[in-house]
Design a protein around this ligand. Sequence first.
Ligand SMILES: Nc1ncnc2c1ncn2[C@@H]1O[C@H](COP(=O)(O)OP(=O)(O)OP(=O)(O)O)[C@@H](O)[C@H]1O
Ligand SMILES: [Mg+2]
Length: 326
Amino acid sequence: MLELRQITKEYQSGSEVVRALKGVDLAFRRSEFVSILGPSGCGKTTMLNIMGGLDQYTDGDLVIDGISTKQYRDADWDAYRNDTIGFVFQSYNLISHQTVLANVELALTLSGVSSSERRQRAAKALEQVGLGDQINKKPAQMSGGQVQRVAIARALINDPDIILADEPTGALDSETSIQVMSILKDISQRKLVIMVTHNPELAEQYSTRIVRLSDGNVLSDSDPYIPGTEPELLTEADILPAQAAASAVGSVSATSTVASVQSAVSVSAAETAISATAGAYAGSAESFSAVDAAAASLRAGCFRRSSGRIDCCRGERQRQAGEAPP
Ligand SMILES: Nc1ncnc2c1ncn2[C@@H]1O[C@H](COP(=O)(O)OP(=O)(O)OP(=O)(O)O)[C@@H](O)[C@H]1O
Ligand SMILES: [Mg+2]
């Protein structure tokens, strides 16, 4: 879903040119917990800022959901930052005289959201990070770990696909760091989490993938991803429209929820979600043949469920739905 292709970044510093990134190639899965490690000044923050659309690359391409950003205009970058990215900064950037709830609410950028819904969503995000009972405190009345969790709640409120965190445990003691890491790990079950850290032990223990940078280059990658070569995890974004399509053709009850699908114990619920997704991919709610095709691909065994989640082979699904060349 996010891909850096030969990304370079040069800063002009007086008369000198600083080459902060020297041609980084990296692709990320829809849901994984990636730690970025490397010495001070090697380009970690620069890379995070470029991935989050906070800074522009000098050369190369940032590909988002298969689409190049070379032609992106300001409005495209704004939409990307608002809808897709949640940023957790090390310096929390909270407003000290506002309550925690107000701080989180303020980050909700969607227009047309009523103040009561804003409040509700902020409270929910705070609950997600274990601060449901602290919402009326001011940041100064909280511990460092709690403040960092507020910063994570703020990053979550728009329900972004990608969480970028720059040294989220940098200012925390080891016990509090563990709380924050557990929360990020939990989030990474459903989202892409990319975290910069100076702590290799925490990275080893919590993340699913470690990328080491050195002097503007990728030095190593413990679990590289080549787009299109792996089964992709279905996200809510896939399942919801899929269910809508499926209920339109009557192949799943309209009351089915994402939660019931994601925690599906029965194969039939998984099948329903996947065939429904194929229907949505075929672009037609009436397309029974796509649903049949998906069922065939299911029979061919191209789906697997692991730890209560549903993985599905998108390439195969698209082929069956007649979208991709064999
Ligand atoms: N705005 C800027 N202007 C000029 N040079 C910059 C700028 N921002 C970063 N740099 C330089 O780019 C290089 C990479 O910086 P970056 O902040 O990405 O490093 P980092 O890996 O995050 O380091 P740290 O671990 O200390 O946070 C450094 O040499 C830095 O001095
Ligand atoms: Mg940095």
